[in-house]
Design a protein around this ligand. Structure first.
Ligand code: PMP
Length: 286
């Protein structure tokens, strides 16, 4: 079945959605995006993702194309029209179409391009990978310096993902100045005893919406949280490891660079956090 997608105010069959070859998103990766999960037909942590969209747009001086309430209405319309029970909504906003290619930004009144589409993933929260855990390998972090802005410049994370797959792993953990920044599309954590360790917020990492929720819930559950960088060596000697993202939720990590972490099975704290997170998110889904 062809999807119904959103493009600049219209709901269209995916094959009818067209944008210009001069769109800044296409020629310059001058665009930001968000991914929101859908569980049981409802949106997970929608407000968090909408707030980060605004921060990304502000950081790049791209105007916000829609009134606040329109995003929620549009997401719900896409869920309904595509009969999504579990899955994701992808939203992208570009600086629009200046009608030619130029490094300078087009005039501020150039309309932004807004695209959104659904991805159906039945059983998203029951993924068999969560019971098995991911294997990661380290790769150098060769991305640009503003990783706190959620742009569509995803070529390097794609390359790192492919390098990981070539080594038989599920994902790469990126390393800069000897410390892990984050995964290709997720935030990275280790657990030592009862302490959860994850890199502090800065321009070096994306400020994950799932990260914020998981750390809040961990503190509420009396777990210790330390926000600091850690090395691959520290990770290989940790009791547990995991990653978080809007679509993987809390995903255990069981090996790094071929070395097993803990006993090589998903850890208790990761499993508990996954449960607490999914519970809370289902309760607060809209
Ligand atoms: N870091 C990077 C580089 C990402 O691409 C993502 C997911 N888009 C995350 C972290 C996790 O962010 P969130 O929890 O908001 O999905």
């Amino acid at each position: 079945m062809s999807r119904i997608v959103y493009l600049n105010g219209d709901y269209l069959p995916e094959q009818d959605a067209r944008i210009s070859i001069f769109d800044r998103g296409f020629v310059m990766a001058d665009a930001v995006y968000e991914v929101v999960s859908v569980l049981g037909g409802k949106l997970i942590d929608f407000a968090g993702h909408q707030a980060r969209l605004k921060r990304s747009l502000d950081a790049l001086e791209i105007g916000n194309p829609l009134p606040d309430d329109d995003y929620l209405a549009m997401f719900r319309e896409l869920v309904t029209r595509n009969e999504i029970t579990d899955g994701m909504i992808y939203l992208q906003v570009t600086r629009g179409n200046p009608g030619d290619r130029d490094f300078a930004y087009p005039p501020a009144d150039t309309p932004q391009t807004v695209v959104a589409f659904t991805q159906s993933k039945p059983g998203l929260a029951d993924s068999p990978a969560a019971a098995k855990g991911w294997k990661v390998v380290t790769e150098p972090d060769e991305r640009w310096g503003r990783r706190d802005i959620k742009t569509t410049q995803l070529l390097y994370p794609s390359m790192a993902k492919m390098a990981a797959k070539a080594k038989g792993a599920d994902d790469a953990w990126l390393v800069e100045d000897g410390k892990i920044t984050e995964g290709t599309s997720n935030n990275a954590y280790i657990v030592k005893g009862n302490t959860i360790i994850t890199r502090e917020l800065s321009r070096d990492i994306l400020h994950g919406i799932t990260r914020a929720a998981v750390l809040r819930l961990a503190r509420e559950a009396q777990m210790q949280v330390e926000e600091r960088g850690f090395t691959p060596e520290e990770a290989s000697e940790a009791d547990e490891a995991f990653v978080t993202s809007a679509s993987a939720f809390v995903m255990p990590v069981v090996a790094i660079d071929g070395k097993q972490i803990g006993n090589g099975a998903p850890g208790k704290i990761a499993a508990r956090l996954r449960e607490i997170y999914l519970d809370e998110m289902r309760k607060t889904a809209i």
